[in-house]
Each structure stands twice: as C-alpha cells, then as structure tokens.
Write a protein that binds this ligand. Structure first.
Ligand SMILES: C[S@@+](CC[C@H](N)C(=O)[O-])C[C@H]1O[C@@H](n2cnc3c(N)ncnc32)[C@H](O)[C@@H]1O
Length: 298
C-alpha cells in the first residue's frame, strides 16, 4: 500500500473533477474484488488509499454497505467496471487490428498502460491535468510499477490547445491511432467538446478509431445514484457536469466521413451478464458509448 507523505497534498486530485478520477478508481478497486469481476485493476486501490479525500472509501466488495443495492458502489460502480472492460476490449482490439499508438484523453487514474497486454513498445499517451498526473506518478513510483506499454504522460488542459503538446510528446499523426475519451466529455463545455472532436479528426490517420462516452441531455439531480454520490463521498456529479446542451459529436464525426455505432451501457451489460438494467430516475439512462472509425481511403 502506498504511504507517501505529501501525495495527498497535491492540489486538485481530491476536489472538483479530479475527485471523480478517485471515484472511478474506487469503483475499479471494488470491481476487482467482486466474485463476478469484469476487470482486475490491482493499482486502483492504491490510488484511493493514497489521497486524503478518499482514504476512507471502500475498496473491497465486502465493505460496500448494502452490496449491489448501494446506488453508488453497487450500481454506478458496476457501470464503471463494465465501461472499463468494454473499453479495454475496444483498445486491445484496435491495436490488434493495426492501430500503432493509443491516446487516452482525460486518462485520470486509468492504469491500462500498466495492466493490459500491449504489443511490445506500443506508445500510449495519457492526457490529463498536471495535478492529476502528478498524483498518479507519485503513487505509481512508490509502487515501483512497470508499464506494459511505451507510456508518455502529457499534462494539459483539454479545453486549451493540446494537439501541440501531444505532438511534442512524440505522437505521430501518420500512424493509425486508437483514441479514448472515457468519462471526460460530460465535464467539458460544448465548445471544448466540439474542438476536441475536430482535433481528433485532424490528428487521426485513416484507420484510426475513437470511443467516447456522452450523456444525451442535462441530468436531474434527484435520482438515487446522484443522491448517493453526494451523501457517501461528497461528489455532486450534476454540479460538475457541464450544463449546456450537448453537441452531437457522433453526428459531427459522420459529417467528416467517420463510421459510428452508438450503444447504450445496457446493451453491453446483457453481453457481459453484468446485472445492470434500466430503473426509475436512472442516472445511466442517457449515457451513450460511441465507437467511431475513420475509414482507410481506397
Ligand atoms: C471521471 S474522470 C475519468 C478518468 C478516466 N478516464 C477513467 O475512466 O478512469 C475524468 C477525468 O477527466 C479529467 N479532465 C476533466 N476536464 C479536463 C480538462 N479540461 N483537461 C484535462 N483533463 C480533464 C479529470 O482530471 C479526470 O481525471
């Protein structure tokens, strides 16, 4: 277990949208200990325990009050476990199909560069805010973690220009790339989401692919998941989500010649036997996962 003094003092990871990265890490830690686990992330609990903000949160399925009936760790947590698994499969499928590099936008405490079986030397770029990446580095350094990919972190504000820093970090726009924006676009202003999609299109060689998660509309804060996140860990998700009408990013990609498939998490829950079905006032009802590919020109 990580015990670094000072790790938890890095400003940002414990507050605002940085705290959501800890929330997803806690969900992955718990997921790893479920008897029907979809993902084994051995790093997640160390992140959770290293930050003061999350030091008391559960990291084991046995410690979740109410188990599957707990709206935060039982239901939203299961959603994060399923999302991680589906997007693990997406990224590994993409590199097997020929993508030569991977870009994780809003990587947070995602440990894919350490836990997935990448082809030797596969470049994986992680983009997030400097404070989140600094916290992540301290925890991983103390663990002595070894990446399974050629990992590079790029500290940026994704609302500003990030294409320049990514290229400076070694990203090659001529190489087909697997892109991921997981749990990110919900927090960005609409103008930043539009710019991000157009930047990905500009940097993506033919044969590239992109997966991203959106919410279709503005959320109602009264549902069990949102109340539970606020009550159990002090995270007011609906206050963190950007309140503007959301852009149609799948449509924007189609207009640029990409092929897209838009799915609900419930589609994948059925495929993975993940006991996640729609319910009343469901915070998951408007979530969509888009899988997009930029065709190779013939
Ligand atoms: C909910 S977390 C998801 C992290 C990760 N993709 C996962 O699923 O574990 C959202 C992440 O987006 C990052 N983020 C949000 N807005 C950002 C911005 N403007 N620039 C860079 N990163 C941002 C946060 O710092 C946080 O790490």
């Amino acid at each position: 277990m990580v015990t670094t003094r000072g790790t938890e003092d890095i400003e940002g990871i414990g507050s605002g949208v940085g705290r959501t990265a800890l929330m997803v890490a806690a969900a992955r830690a718990i997921e790893a200990t479920r008897p029907d686990s979809l993902v084994r992330d051995g790093f997640a609990r160390h992140f959770v325990r290293a930050a003061r903000a999350s030091g008391e949160w559960p990291v084991h399925w046995h410690d979740v009050p109410g188990g599957a009936a707990n709206p935060l760790w039982g239901r939203l947590g299961r959603y994060f476990g399923l999302r991680t698994r589906v997007l693990d499969d997406f990224l590994l499928g993409a590199v097997r199909a020929g993508a030569g590099q991977v870009v994780l936008l809003g990587a947070g405490l995602d440990s894919r560069a350490f836990r997935l079986a990448w082809p030797a030397g596969c470049p994986v770029f992680e983009l997030d805010r400097p404070d989140v990446l600094a916290f992540k580095r301290q925890v991983l350094d103390e663990l002595g973690a070894t990446a399974t990919a050629a990992r590079t972190t790029v500290a940026v504000d994704l609302c500003e220009d990030w294409a320049g820093p990514l290229r400076d970090a070694g990203f090659d726009p001529d190489v087909p790339t697997a892109w991921l924006a997981e749990g990110l676009l919900l927090y960005l202003p609409a103008v930043a989401e539009r710019r991000l999609v157009s930047t990905v299109d500009r940097l993506a060689a033919p044969g590239s692919c992109l997966a991203f998660e959106v919410k279709l509309g503005v959320e109602h804060p009264g549902g069990p998941i949102y109340r539970s996140a606020k009550d159990q860990i002090g995270v007011d998700l609906t206050a963190l989500f950007d309140a503007e009408p959301r852009p149609d990013s799948a449509g924007a990609l189609r207009a640029r010649g990409w092929e897209t498939s838009v799915r609900t998490p419930f589609d994948f829950a059925a495929e993975h036997d993940a006991d996640l079905v729609p319910e009343h006032q469901d915070a998951l009802a408007s979530n969509r996962w888009t899988f997009a590919g930029k065709p190779v020109r013939r």
